[in-house]
Design a protein around this ligand. Sequence first.
Ligand code: MOS
Length: 722
Amino acid sequence: MLYDSPATDTPIERLRVVGQPHPRIDGALKTTGTAPYAYERHDVAEGQVYGWPVVAGIPKGRILGIDTLAARGAPGVLGIVTAPEVGPHENGPMNTALLFGGDRVQHYHQAIAVVIAETFEQARAAAALVSVDYAPEAGRFDLHAAAAAHEPGDPDMSHGDFESAFAEAPVTIDQRYSTPGEYHAAMEPHATIAAWEGDRLTVWTSNQMIAWARRDLATVLGIPQENIRVDSPYIGGGFGGKLFVRSDVVMAAHAARRVGRPVKVMLPRPFITNNGTHRAATLQHIRIGAGTDGRITALSHESTSGNLPGGSPETATAQSEMFYAGANRMTRVNLVELDLPEGNAMRAPGETPGLMALEIAMDEMAEALKMDPVAFRALNDTQVNPANPDRRFSRRNFVDCLERGAAAFGWSARNPVPGQRREGDWLIGHGMAGAFRGSPALASGARVRLQPDGRVIVESDMTDIGTGSYTIMAQTAAEMMGLELGQIEMRLGDSDYPVAAGSGGQFGASCSTAGVYAACVKLREAVAKALGLNQAEIDFSDGMVRSGARAIPLAEAAAGGEIVVEDTIEFGDFRSAAELDTFGAHFVEVGVNVATGETRVRRMLAVCDSGRILNPITARSQVIGAMTMGVGAALSEELAVDTARGFFVNHDLASYEVPVHSDIPSQEVIFIEDTDANSSPLKAKGIGELGLCGVGAAISNAVYNATGVRVRDYPLTLDKLL
Ligand code: MOS
């Protein structure tokens, strides 16, 4: 189905199941520990053995030789595959660094061999006997040094005359901000079981994008993708770290071929950070000019990040092109080469670090104007893209977010003068920030099977990375077919099923449900035909199909055997005719200890404008999880770079500190009740990443309000406040 005009009066609008607060249908499996994750799938293939990775101990250079003799003689060892013997491989379009192959070392902890043994302990013990001879090369590991030597190129976006307008503006700010590298820190490590049958490969793995994984694994291995099956029904967190095929999959595939048995490979926790991808650190420069009336006349945002040669920049300026009004504007993204591990997508790439800077700048600008920060943002709202005024925002309720948030949070009670409020040993502060995140769409397919007993099975390669895909897709099918949620059986994450949007870019929920919608439209037609009913008048509810005076059980349509149809929703020019984005506002109260300088978040509120909320429970869980992630970004998370040895030092969960929900006594979420028919037939937009956008700045602004100390370099560790 091509989605080419706004949906009206669809069965979704009944909202009997869609939009209702159903708990996750996979919730019991998760909370009882019985959902089988990749490494635990003992039953999928007989005779599984274990692979342990050997990873590079230098950040850059060549492998001259790998001595495996001692390891080969160790107890239980079945084989060893080394990267040099495999040879270099092509990459899929999303990966930069080599995953496993060749003699080049591009980054620290790159996978260079895998030792296969009968048991986990034997593989690990034997891997310790492997010794590697390197020819190290000098590398570049210091973002500040690389940025200082970099000549900026042309702006990425330029509208009006920023420099003149900024020079003429009566009120300006001109500040620099930095965000550190961060990594995904998913609870489930990267893990794969691989098995070959002849020239056909099956991988049971943990991956957000099944079709990309299949396509890219075919490229890496040099085999047709038709010969590969990828299965990933449960995923213990992705956050962008599992968007693309990773080294565990490639090692498991080579290892299984070598020993002729299924092999399971998990990346040990201390290898994940440097072996995998991370959110690149940024150095940002923001200049804003406004009239004395508070209206922005000039806004520029420049960002510099590093990556391996051929890698992408962190697009921290993304939101600054159109979040706030202002005729004269400029953005520029600079990319410098570094030999650190690969920078790549992490939850809301671009906007997350971008808003951590922009929304401090907006707070500073409001202060310079002696305006309330909420009122300043509302004044500079825009319903058109300011750099392209012919393009309107499809739905934009940003001012509603600000006003409802301010009222619910009690913003008017805030003391605008910093450092005035104290409770015992704690300085109390309040801060807020705007939130903006794009809402892209990808085609998404599903197959639906009406069973003779009236149940419907939904099959799709869509993934559920802990987000609620199982539940909202089942809700969609139930709504469309007039069934209860319990009459829908979900089968996800298998490349044998139709290709869905996958989980990324906060497009998963709106697109995957639209794919189920499209398939169910077809199933309704097939049912009408099977029952000889007039399609135009047909109604599906309570397990019955009604047309005129006739009422027939849905099951009867499949009495002669199951009815199977599939379809894919595709989004054409219509969807891209307007700016389609999501908006929000974050409000935070912090306490900062006067003696130690430690910051505690006392309460948080997010207001989100994301079109229809498909399930208030799963959506709220996405947002409070994102808010918690934002607390980490603000206060503790930082990949510490050893600029001499070229790696991230704190590569485990003991030294890379992430907060948990119990660190934050109160989190509230308000959803703006709206629908966006330009977005999808369900009129939903993304929410999973919006909840993170702006959180860091809201906390930084609250810390400033508490202490009078303006910190522009994240994270806000206590040393920066003393
Ligand atoms: Mo998201 S960074 O696209 O998983």
